[in-house]
Design a protein around this ligand. Structure first.
Ligand code: MSP
Length: 664
């Protein structure tokens, strides 16, 4: 019989320079559920990826003087590294710059147009670039974006529109008839009451003011609106509308789209309406989880806490970080992240409750029985109660995992761990060990502890991918698949007779909280310094990104060596021609002469210089900068300028020096 399938997705991530621990929240949760379903025997498809188009990316790349593709490539590589470090078991990673995705989005757009669900008109409204969202005047809060609180700008453009309003009634009906469709319930009510019932307006789904996006095939000056592009990933990743759409036929509709609460609106209104228009089935569930916040605000503005997942994992281990994320906050609600809370959890739950239990059990079996338990065992008081608690656990965990209640599932597991610890206090093995007569009873107590740990170690696998194997090694059952399957947790007595335990390292060493907080503070202070240094560097339009690093790749307080500097080929150039770049109010295209050679350079100086004023000027060019495309125009180098606040002045030279001369 074919296995049952389970398709789960995370949102696709915006390429952001530095992902913080909050970003990993959705992905770690999706990974836990994927691991759980695989353990239960499902054929799982777990999709994640990156959302790489849009004006915001284009602007960032322009600021850095590189092409958008170059910009996203380096960041996406970092995101993939992070997921590897976090042991994320995604089956597929989609990039919206993948050719197959782009082609499929073009087909989707065309199909919607051909069916009359997309039409051409003109848009005028307030637009928030960071959120890539249009807002009506009534939606703005004090004239600012209601989502991020940032500035909005007036945009007027010829656009294509999607007939979202046409699907309003069908959407309401679907949501009302399928209580599981939007979870948790509070988000469902919010969507119905705040967005759907007041009425939907048609959605502007193309842009002409920038070009870093997927072109509309039948009207090439338009690019597809990023959310239409991004949401489509959930089906294009499965080969929808491509030659081989077998994965689509196998896995769609998705079982769960896991998303943060701020993007639930896109997933529960625009996405289902698009699918209705395409005539495709709707996902079974969209789950909007809460945010991990820092005391007093959003994580991106972090100052007081170390929120870099790489540092946290290096210091405390992956499983501790994953455990914290999934345990600390009930899934669905907002919660506060702090380094102190993380360390307290590590000390209390991991070092004390679980870690100690394992090391005590192994130490006692080694001491009293030389590592191997005898067959001769006598059951006694407390045993039945212990078994009952441990054996009831798998079903509780399953019920909670099926409802994505990670935190409660872990709470139940830790309740059982407490019960097991209490069993040691009740049975007092150290007293039993005093007389040989009690050996069979002592053996039973030890067996019950080992067996309880076998069951616990299997159940924590979805959350903590590394610890179970360490426990199995210590229990002497590593690789014994017949006693390590998920279903084997429902049966008592599978811990094998013939094995020998192995003493191992502490699973979670206790952390000295005061010392640790001091260390974290100093890490934070130096990270802050680095951030400031790199901001200044970026402001100065420095493209020295990877230079100035010592052998370990560390930046020595932003310093570079004379050899680093010598790598720059700075040359005097004379401007021959200058003109504005169409569609951009920032960029000028220059033709410059450099010792007999001509170069084309695109420079972000249009707000400060008219094209005419530049002709004949002697400027400084970074001549060995890798060429990059800005707005589709190749730039062969970068012109040096100084900027301060809104002011920008080009570095100019007088005419007494020939073009082509080297600047040192
Ligand atoms: N690109 C869009 C999604 C398009 S899906 C078709 C996007 N990307 S994102 O990078 O901003 O966010 C990715 C995920 O990270 C979202 O689920 C978001 O909620 C989550 N988080 C980012 N910061 C977070 C916290 N501080 N806490 C919890 N999750 C947060 O949105």
């Amino acid at each position: 019989m074919d296995k049952k399938t389970f398709y789960i997705t995370t949102p696709i991530y915006y390429p952001s320079d530095k992902l913080h621990i909050g970003h990993s929240y959705t992905t770690v949760a999706a990974d836990a559920i994927s691991r759980y379903k695989r353990l239960k025997g499902y054929d799982v498809m777990f999709l994640t990826g990156t959302d790489e188009h849009g004006q915001k990316i284009q602007r960032k790349a322009e600021e850095k003087g590189i092409s958008p593709k170059q910009y996203v490539d380096q960041i996406v590589a970092g995101i993939r590294e992070l997921w590897k470090l976090m042991d994320i078991t995604n089956d597929r990673f989609i990039r919206t710059t993948d050719e197959q995705h782009e082609a499929a989005v073009q087909k989707i757009f065309k199909k919607l147009y051909d069916n009359g669900d997309i039409y051409k008109s003109e848009y005028e409204g307030m637009y928030c670039t960071p959120c890539e969202s249009f807002w009506t005047d009534t939606q703005l809060v004090n004239g600012k974006c209601p989502d991020c609180g940032g500035e909005v700008e007036l945009m007027k453009e010829e656009s294509y529109f999607f007939k979202l309003s046409k699907y309003q009634d069908r959407l309401i009906k679907h949501i009302e008839e399928n209580p599981e469709f939007i979870q948790p319930v509070s988000r469902r009510n919010e969507m119905l009451n705040n967005f759907l019932r007041p009425g939907l307006e048609d959605l502007c789904v193309s842009r002409t003011t920038f070009n870093w996006g997927i072109p509309v095939t039948f009207d090439e000056k338009h690019v597809v609106y990023v959310w239409i592009d991004a949401l489509s990933n959930y089906i294009t990743a499965l080969g929808y509308s491509s030659q081989d759409d077998s994965a689509y036929r196998k896995y769609w509709p998705a079982d769960v789209h896991l998303v943060g609460k701020e993007i639930i609106r896109f997933h529960t209104i625009i996405w289902p309406a698009m699918l209705m228009a395409l005539g495709e089935p709707l996902p079974k569930q969209i789950y909007g989880h809460g945010w991990l916040l820092l005391d007093g605000g959003k994580m991106s503005k972090s100052k007081g806490n170390v929120v870099d997942p790489v540092i946290l994992i290096k210091k405390y281990g992956l499983d501790a970080v994953r455990y914290f994320l999934l345990r600390e906050v009930p899934f669905g609600s907002d919660g506060v992240f702090s380094n102190e809370a993380l360390i307290q959890r590590i000390n209390a739950d991991l070092a004390n409750d679980l870690g100690n239990l394992v090391s005590r059990t192994i130490a006692m079996i080694s001491k009293y029985f030389d590592g191997k338990l005898p067959v001769d065992r006598i059951e006694g008081e407390f045993d039945n109660d212990l078994k009952e608690v441990v054996l009831q656990l798998p079903q509780k965990v399953e019920e909670l995992m099926d409802k994505l209640q990670f935190s409660t599932a872990l709470t139940e597991i830790w309740k059982a761990i407490s019960r097991i610890n209490k069993y040691i206090d009740e049975t007092m093995p150290w007293v039993l060990a005093k007389s040989d007569e009690n050996k069979p009873r002592l053996a039973a107590v030890m067996y019950n502890l080992a067996e309880s740990l076998r069951i616990i170690s299997i159940l924590i696998q979805p959350f903590m991918p590394q610890t179970p194997e360490k426990i199995w090694h210590q229990l002497g059952i590593s690789g014994m698949t017949e006693v390590l399957g998920w279903e084997s947790t429902k049966q008592w007595g599978k811990y094998p007779q013939e094995v020998c335990v192995n003493k191992g390292d502490l699973l979670f060493p206790r952390i000295d909280i005061e010392k640790e907080m001091e260390e974290l503070e100093s890490i934070n202070a130096s990270a802050q310094k680095k951030r400031e240094a790199s901001q200044t560097k970026e402001k100065n339009n420095g493209s020295m990104k990877d230079k100035g690093k010592d052998k370990n790749g560390e930046n020595e307080e932003g310093m570079i060596t004379i050899e680093d500097f010598a790598m720059l080929d700075l040359r005097v150039v004379k401007v021959l021609e200058a003109e504005k770049v169409e569609g951009s109010d920032k960029l000028l295209k220059l033709k410059v002469e450099m010792g007999g050679e001509t170069r084309q350079v695109v420079s972000g100086i249009a707000k400060h210089y008219t094209p005419e004023s530049l002709v004949g000027k002697s400027l400084i060019l970074v001549a060995n900068l890798k060429p990059a495309k800005l707005r589709g125009i190749e730039s062969q180098g970068m012109i040096l300028a100084a900027d301060s606040g809104d002011k920008l002045v080009l570095a100019t030279l007088d005419d007494s020096i020939d073009s082509g001369a080297k600047v040192n």
